[in-house]
Design a protein around this ligand. Structure first.
Ligand SMILES: Nc1nc2c(ncn2[C@@H]2O[C@H](COP(=O)(O)OP(=O)(O)OP(=O)(O)O)[C@@H](O)[C@H]2O)c(=O)[nH]1
Length: 328
């Protein structure tokens, strides 16, 4: 009988560094002569993270919803399909940052019953600066979700350590150990770490389910506290190129409720196209050459923000960029 395909789940709040780690893991496996398969779940309806994965890596997409609710049923099908069709040596599932980890596990475990896979680990990536801020204010659903992601992890990658002091990092490690005494904690900058030991960290789904996350009386798995019903997203499709400086200024003025944005853009004042990333008040641009027809778009994710106001701002930006171009 063929060996079960090892599957790793990757969680972590929006913008914590999951895709950064995914890219490292994919290269690591390829260097070992293995063929990785990837399932990416995005809240928006365009797979931007997929642009960062090499074309030869078999990739399945679950778009427009979150694994743990709207596309939950699909995960089992995608995973079984990927294993059957592409016969990868190892599979990595990157969940949206808003995913409820226990539902994700539940769904993957279900697949394991019939699809010849073995769940090897649940890697939780945390943005050190963001987690610290949430820990200090001690409230809100985002904080609860971050805690739940850490509670159910087999290993915690405490990323963006460059954005906190040594003392703060120690404080965070203490808090994390309090929520999950079993998972080793690895401090990283851009998820740069020795991946061999990271992947070997043992994992038993039962342990996660026995901890602060419990089984519901009906037998299914459920989380304590809330899920992520509060997270909303708005996808904007650009009708024309925008000015890069004006765009940067607009992002700088985004309300705090919007904590994550990413998109594909053509600027009126540069030659190439860019993937932009905005996570917890930091903006990054990466030059990209997308394959196929992908229009300019941006997805904004946050809590209770006004999509109408944001749309107006973006439309104004498009108009002003066009007027600036005409007057030049
Ligand atoms: N300062 C700093 N920035 C980082 C670090 N790691 C990643 N980033 C940046 O943070 C942003 C988000 O990283 P991603 O890897 O896309 O995060 P993600 O968790 O996949 O984001 P979602 O898919 O939206 O949930 C990018 O702009 C990265 O370049 C780090 O250690 N330090």
């Amino acid at each position: 009988m063929a060996q079960d395909v090892p599957v790793y789940l990757l969680t972590g709040f929006l913008g914590s560094g999951k895709t950064t780690l995914l890219q490292r893991l994919v290269s690591y496996w390829q260097q070992q002569g293995l063929k990785p398969g990837v399932i990416i779940n995005e809240l928006g309806d365009v797979n931007l993270d997929g642009l960062l994965v090499e074309a030869e890596v078999p990739t399945s997409e679950l778009l427009g919803g979150c694994i743990c609710c709207t596309v939950r049923e699909d995960l089992a099908g995608e995973l079984a399909g990927l294993v059957e069709r592409d016969r990868p040596d190892v599979v990595l599932i990157e969940a949206t940052g808003a995913a409820n980890p226990i539902d994700l596990l539940d769904s993957a475990t279900e697949t394991a019953m019939y699809a010849g896979i073995e769940i090897k680990g649940l890697i939780a990536v945390a943005d050190a600066a963001h987690l610290l801020e949430m820990h200090r204010s001690r409230g809100g659903r985002t904080y609860a979700l971050m805690q739940d992601q850490i509670r159910s992890a087999s290993i915690v990658v405490l990323n963006k350590i460059d954005r906190v002091s040594e003392q703060e990092a120690e404080q965070l490690e203490q808090a994390i150990a309090g929520w999950n005494a079993y998972a080793p904690i690895v401090r990283t900058v851009r998820c740069d770490t020795d991946l061999g030991p990271l992947l070997e960290t043992g994992f038993t789904p039962e342990r996660a389910a026995d901890g602060p996350l419990r089984r519901t009386p009906g037998g299914g798995l459920n989380m304590l506290g809330s899920s992520h019903g509060h997270v909303t997203s708005y996808t904007h499709r650009f009708a024309r190129p925008v000015d890069s400086e004006k765009f940067e200024a607009m992002i700088g003025e985004l309300p705090r409720e919007i904590y994550r944005a990413k998109g594909l853009l053509t600027f009126s004042d540069t030659a190439s196209r860019f993937l932009f990333q905005y996570a917890f008040r930091e903006l990054d641009f990466i030059k990209v050459t997308p394959q196929g027809q992908l229009n300019d778009m941006a997805v904004f994710i946050g809590e209770h923000f006004s999509a109408a106001e944001l749309r107006q701002k973006l439309e104004r930006l498009e108009l002003e960029s066009e007027q600036a171009e005409v007057s030049e």
